[in-house]
Write a protein that binds this ligand. Structure first.
Ligand SMILES: [Fe+2]
Ligand SMILES: [Fe+2]
Length: 514
């Protein structure tokens, strides 16, 4: 669409400059068409990108503007798109026909030039790494403390984590290509107002230039089906997205999450169509990402079976170098109040931790998944390079489940430094059957003790997780109770995961080669 319009305009301009002879002495005058982008920028209360692919993007906002303009130079935008009004009082334009790996600039309201920061770079051609030879993902979990509902005690913590990313990016100059959010994105109930503060007012610059790909946490569910009378956010156990209640006085309605985000239910961004925005997949260059719904779909056996079948289809048709899966509830965690061994407490609100492990881990093992990211526990944990472990933590053994150094059960491989993991592991018989699970639920707050539902002496000591030398305890725990986020860099030949602090310092790192 954009190519056609630009071509048309270029032809008209060329004709005008050359003049047009009709064979007589008279020269017909052809004027260039007026630039349809002749308006002014209109402020929006939220402005963000969705479904950025190698050839398309959705620009979405809330405000009075009814159009957006785009171009390949910030000073000359000449292609105008009229916005569609979408759910939740949003407006959006979907733009197709873009060039892969190219930078575009945009205005909102019809201005002929782009304000600073309103630009994005499309994904590279499918299969290729992004600029600089690697695709960079930023992953944050339980980040939603930036609003009034959860600010107390966590003032500015989400912003500190963002500053950590900025320091990390400044050090090597490689910008973020993908922005992933692991759920509990907007405490305390995931209302539109919570999202406004905890997401749109916390990451405004990033949201204008990269696409945000989220998943659903238990705090996206309002007071939940269980607890309107108790008034306890985060304890909902309904599988129905229309059971959302922000307050006990509200009528049940649709989750704000589904109105705020425009997610690819029909395979618009690659991957197999899931038929629902609750879970989806997409491709970005050399990386395939899957976002599962461990909060609603995992609570109903039939919906869970449908999600499993879709996942098997999706992963079976994926041939990209790297596969990353995100969902909220960690299959392996000894976090504060979230123990993957003990999931029946408080009306079973943590059952998805067990059910995702039992029902989905075998699919990850069998279909080449490389990394799984979860939130929910407000700390950092990451596993060995593991396979075939679906039981409780007491059934985990490094000899049986982990990649080993020199085949020695006493030396499970760490993936650190000059001893990277190999995607086709030496012990797997040439099958890509190992996965690393990482909990990054500490991007908006970091719990300072085990809480009341996890045994203090087991806190951050799940045996599937690896020791963290950066821990302050001796011997170090298998987790870090500090704020931070994860950066993934995926080239054609290796993928590096870095857990970074609020200063942008790397506290844990591993590499997988292929
Ligand atoms: Fe959380
Ligand atoms: Fe959570």
């Amino acid at each position: 669409m954009i190519r056609y319009s630009n071509t048309l305009m270029a032809a008209a301009v060329a004709a005008f400059l050359a003049g047009c002879s009709d064979g007589s002495d008279q020269v017909a005058e052809v004027l260039p068409p007026p630039n349809p982008c002749d308006g002014t920028e209109v402020a929006s209360s939220r402005l963000f990108l969705q479904q950025l692919t190698s050839s398309s993007v959705i620009i979405k906002w809330r405000g009075d503007a009814t159009a957006a303009c785009i171009g390949s130079s910030a000073e000359l935008l000449a292609t105008r798109f009229t916005a569609e009004e979408t759910e939740g009082d949003h407006k959006e334009v979907r733009i197709d026909g873009l060039e892969a790996g190219s930078t575009y600039y945009y205005s909102v309201g019809g201005a002929p030039s782009a304000p600073a920061g309103q630009q994005f770079t499309t994904a590279p051609e499918r299969g290729n790494a992004a600029a600089g030879g690697k695709t960079r993902l930023w992953v944050i979990g339980d980040s939603g403390t930036g609003g009034d509902d959860e600010r107390e005690g966590h003032e500015g913590e989400a912003a500190e984590v963002l500053a950590g990313l900025e320091a990390f990016v400044e050090a090597d100059g490689k910008a973020v290509d993908l922005f992933l959010m692991l759920g509990d994105n907007a405490y305390n109930v995931g209302s539109d107002f919570n999202y406004q503060q905890a997401v749109f007012e916390t990451y405004p610059d990033l949201l204008k230039s990269v696409s945000l790909w989220p998943t659903i946490g238990n705090h996206e569910m309002g007071l939940g089906f269980l607890s309107p009378t108790l008034g306890l956010p985060g304890l909902g156990t309904s599988a129905d997205p229309d059971s959302y209640q922000a307050t006990a006085d509200d009528e049940p309605g649709r989750m704000p999450y589904l109105d705020i985000f425009s997610l690819p239910a029909e395979g618009e961004a690659g991957g197999v169509a899931s038929g629902t925005e609750q879970y989806y997949s997409f491709d970005h260059g050399n990386v395939h990402v899957v976002s599962l719904d461990s909060q609603l779909s995992a609570r109903d056996p039939e919906q869970m079976a449908t999600m499993r079948e879709w996942l098997i289809d999706d992963l079976s048709s994926n041939d990209l170098d790297w596969t990353v899966v995100i969902f909220h509830h960690p299959p392996y965690s000894k976090g504060a109040n979230h123990d993957s061994d003990d999931v029946e407490k408080v009306n079973g609100f943590d059952r998805p931790q067990r059910d995702m492990r039992e029902q989905f881990v075998p699919i990850f093992d069998a279909h080449g998944v490389d990394l799984v990211y979860n939130g929910h526990s407000h700390s950092y944990e990451r596993s060995y390079y593991i396979t075939s472990h679906t039981g409780t933590s007491d059934t985990f053994s490094t000899a049986e489940h982990a990649e080993l150094r020199n085949g020695d059960p006493a030396q499970p491989a760490s993936g650190r430094g000059d001893m990277p993991y190999a995607q086709l592991s030496p012990t797997s018989g040439g099958v890509d059957d190992r996965v690393i699970y990482s909990v990054v639920g500490n991007s908006g707050k970091a719990d300072e003790d085990a809480g009341s539902l996890t045994a203090a002496d087991e806190w951050l000591r799940h045996p599937a997780h690896i020791d963290q030398p950066a821990d302050t305890e001796e011997p170090p725990r298998r987790g870090l109770p500090v704020l931070g986020s994860a950066v993934i860099d995926a080239s054609d030949t290796e993928l590096t995961h870095s857990f970074i602090s609020v200063d942008g310092e790397v506290l844990d790192q591993f590499t997988i080669t292929r």
